[in-house]
Design a protein around this ligand. Structure first.
Ligand code: NDP
Ligand code: 2IT
Length: 443
């Protein structure tokens, strides 16, 4: 049996209860076939058997006391997937759906994403099945402290550097950092996405959404187009969605939708990003409150944004939020490009629809890499004990996104798959990690 097929079989057999991990691994393995076929050395050193297995997974109990004095218990995780090219790096997700499959898929994607940034960071991910919604600040703090009471043993500025993801933003990173410092006595860049007064980087908050728009603009430009005058459908209304909408408007586009897990808003005049920021960042409210700011907008409960006609789609909520039917709607309505702010938001079937209909499509591991890239810039600033200006960081971010675009486009072309950015991203991300693993021996 062909080596890649053997590994696909192994992934399925060894992880039968991990559908998201199988989905992510299958996509990568299928894309890298030509590289693997051309390099028999990979099989000689069982490189694929090693790359699909996390170096380490830590699972732990998180007891904490709620405001009523009741003891609550959550499950915490850190998946340290691959350290071939740098310390483990990747976010923490706090969401009730969190489980090992989801964190393994995210950690696996992170290996190749981090490689694409061109910066020295390995792949990891972590989190807990804790739901921050409706919790008081004091409860969130006690939870974060208990989480760190266990996690601190396994992380460090040159070892593993967590950051935010769904449900983990500036507030949570602050509490986690305070507890790490208290436990270890170390004032070091062990987390990114920190507040500006204690080692955070300017532009990290904006970076994922801005980076997404920078690479989308590169893609459109390379195809004789631009954001100017485009109608844009955005899903989600969290960190990534908010700053994607902001930069999209700056580049001349018009985002007309955003959403949360209850429903979506359609504002044909263009989404008022300041209103969304106030609802989500200040009030921690629900997106339907948008109608209090703009009564002429429409709120649709329980549906997804993809039914709204758009030229460009930017999924920025969560995995598998855009399925085959949604993809067919996008095609029917004349959408030309889909660039992912979220991780793996499009299902395998949706991606088949994009391919069959020649939509321009950039997968999250390339298009949302601006967040982690800027985290790596935060690590550099911490090590140098410096802080760069917003313009300096933003300029580097733009350069990184332009490089990612040209590298994934070139890799796709090299393997006769022009404009297939799934193939391009997976091959370009994989090669560097594989070379490092070969050089580092059997570890
Ligand atoms: P936030 O927690 O700030 O926002 C998440 C948004 O997605 C919210 O609007 C949330 O709605 C919605 N959402 C979450 N889960 C679901 C669900 N199961 N169904 C429908 N909507 C859902 O997270 P981020 O903006 O940071 O993350 C969004 C995506 O971007 C994730 O896939 C994340 O992995 C990815 N990402 C994030 C980066 C970062 O730097 N933050 C970097 C790269 C990728 P609700 O409030 O109702 O839950
Ligand atoms: O998915 C991601 O890349 C993130 N959540 C950001 C990770 C990071 O370390 O900044």
């Amino acid at each position: 049996m062909n080596y890649v097929d053997q590994i696909l079989q192994r992934v399925n057999e060894k992880n039968p209860n991990e559908p998201e991990f199988i989905q992510a691994a299958t996509e990568v393995l299928n894309s890298i076939r030509p590289v693997v076929d051309a390099n028999p050395r990979y099989q000689e050193v069982s490189l694929l058997e090693r790359i699909i297995e996390p170096e380490r997974v830590i699972i732990f109990r998180i007891p904490w006391i709620d405001d009523n004095g009741k003891v609550q218990v959550n499950r915490g995780y850190r998946v340290q997937f691959n350290s071939a090219i740098g310390p483990y790096k990747g976010g923490l997700r706090f969401h009730p759906s969190v489980n090992l499959s989801i964190l393994k898929f995210l950690g696996f994607e992170q290996i190749f994403k981090n490689s694409l940034t061109g910066l020295p960071i390995g792949g990891g991910k972590g989190g807990a099945d804790f739901d921050p919604k409706g919790k008081s600040n004091a409860e969130v703090m006690r939870f974060c402290q208990s989480f760190m009471n266990e996690l601190y043993k396994y992380i460090g500025k040159d070892e593993d550097v967590p950051a935010g993801d769904i449900g983990v933003g500036g507030r949570e990173i602050g509490y986690l950092y305070g507890q790490y410092k208290r436990l270890t006595g170390l004032y070091e860049g062990v987390l990114t996405g920190k507040g500006l007064p204690f080692g955070g980087s300017l532009a990290r908050t904006e970076a994922t959404g801005y980076g997404l728009c920078y690479i989308t603009e590169e893609l459109l430009k390379a195809h004789g187009n631009s954001f100017e005058g485009k109608t844009v459908a955005v899903s989600g209304s969290g960190n990534v969605a908010i700053y994607a909408m902001q930069k999209c408007i700056a580049l001349g586009g018009k985002p007309v939708t955003c959403s949360d897990s209850n429903g979506y808003v359609y504002d044909k005049n263009g989404i008022d990003v300041d209103a969304v920021k106030e609802i989500k960042e200040v009030k921690r409210g629900r997106i339907k409150e948008y109608l209090e700011y703009h009564p002429e907008a429409v709120y649709v409960e329980g549906k997804r944004v993809w039914e709204i006609p758009c030229d460009v789609a930017l999924p920025c909520a969560t995995q598998n939020e855009l399925d085959e039917e949604n993809a067919l709607d996008l095609v029917k309505n004349g959408c030309i490009a889909v660039c992912e702010g979220a991780n793996m938001p499009s299902t395998e079937k949706a991606i088949e629809v994009f391919r069959a209909n020649k939509l321009l499509y950039i997968p999250g591991k390339a298009s949302n890499a601006g967040g982690v890239a800027t985290s790596a810039l935060e690590m550099s600033q911490n090590s140098a004990r410096l802080s760069w200006t917003f313009e300096e960081v933003d300029k580097r971010l733009q350069g990184i996104m332009q490089n990612i675009y040209s590298n994934i486009a070139a890799a796709a072309k090299e393997y006769n798959a022009e404009d297939d950015f799934v193939v391009g991203a997976n091959i370009a991300g994989f090669r560097k990690v594989a070379d490092a693993m070969l050089a580092e021996g059997i570890v």
